[in-house]
Design a binder for this molecule. Structure first.
Ligand SMILES: C[S@@+](CC[C@H](N)C(=O)[O-])C[C@H]1O[C@@H](n2cnc3c(N)ncnc32)[C@H](O)[C@@H]1O
Length: 220
């Protein structure tokens, strides 16, 4: 599918993302097929039962929120009300919030771990450094952060007109910029690699996404 540069000053790209996921929530969840077990274990092996985990852009709660909710206290947040409605059904033991992560506040140090799969690249990239400051604030010292970014190199935001039948928006830096954001906001990078797209999408059958696993430095 051809990408278009997302530079229309009249378009609210955040609203475009919200609308798009509200429209395709059921279809997206229906094709969400793979669990990134090895990457999720990077987090779970460090946590004790009952630890507090925040899932940013949790979607329909499967498989990531459900995986954590089996053992930990899971809070999921998502900008799409339809995604959250599905998540509440799929993972009844977790807490879910309909919200834009950039407009949400949590008390400082209130989570032991934060995860975010396939969501950060839907937020305009000029906000990403602030997003990492938020992660650092919400995690306790020694808290864990696991997230994916886009495989594409640095470039302007873009849209694609056939994401589950509608227009979707992405915006990202290259992985090296995220390394800088992590170190600048007080994280130590423990591991990086790639993970599959989590679905069997006809549009992107061999999708891979870079991931980072980092720890908030003690004493911050
Ligand atoms: C590709 S889906 C991934 C869902 C889930 N993490 C998974 O692994 O299946 C991206 C999700 O991020 C959510 N999202 C996008 N922008 C967001 C924002 N600013 N705040 C909160 N959630 C957002 C979308 O509504 C969507 O549910």
């Amino acid at each position: 599918m051809p990408f278009k540069i997302a530079d229309d000053p009249e378009t609210n790209y955040r609203e475009l993302v919200r609308t798009a996921y509200n429209r395709c929530a059921r279809d997206y969840a229906g094709q969400r097929s793979t669990t990134p077990e090895a990457e999720l274990d990077l987090i779970t092996k460090h946590l004790i039962p009952g630890s507090k985990v925040l899932d940013i852009g949790c979607g329909a709660g499967i498989p990531v929120a459900r995986h954590f909710a089996e053992t930990f206290s899971l809070t999921g947040i998502d900008i799409s009300s339809n995604m959250i409605a599905l998540a509440k059904k799929n993972v009844p033991t977790a807490k879910f919030v309909i919200a834009d992560v950039m407009e949400t506040e949590f008390p400082a140090g209130s989570f032991d771990a934060i995860v975010s799969f396939y969501a950060i690249f839907h937020i305009p990239r000029q906000e990403h450094q602030d997003l990492f400051r938020r992660f650092a604030q919400w995690l306790r010292p020694g808290g864990l952060l696991l997230f994916t970014v886009a495989k594409y190199d640095d470039g302007p935001g873009y849209t694609e007109d056939d994401f589950f039948g509608g227009t979707m928006y992405w915006s990202n830096f290259g992985p090296s910029t995220y390394k800088k954001f992590l170190t600048d906001t007080g994280f130590q990078i423990e591991q990086e690699g790639t993970v599959g797209g989590g679905s069997k999408s006809a549009n992107a059958p061999e999708e891979v996404h870079p991931f980072f696993f980092a720890i908030k430095r003690e004493g911050l």
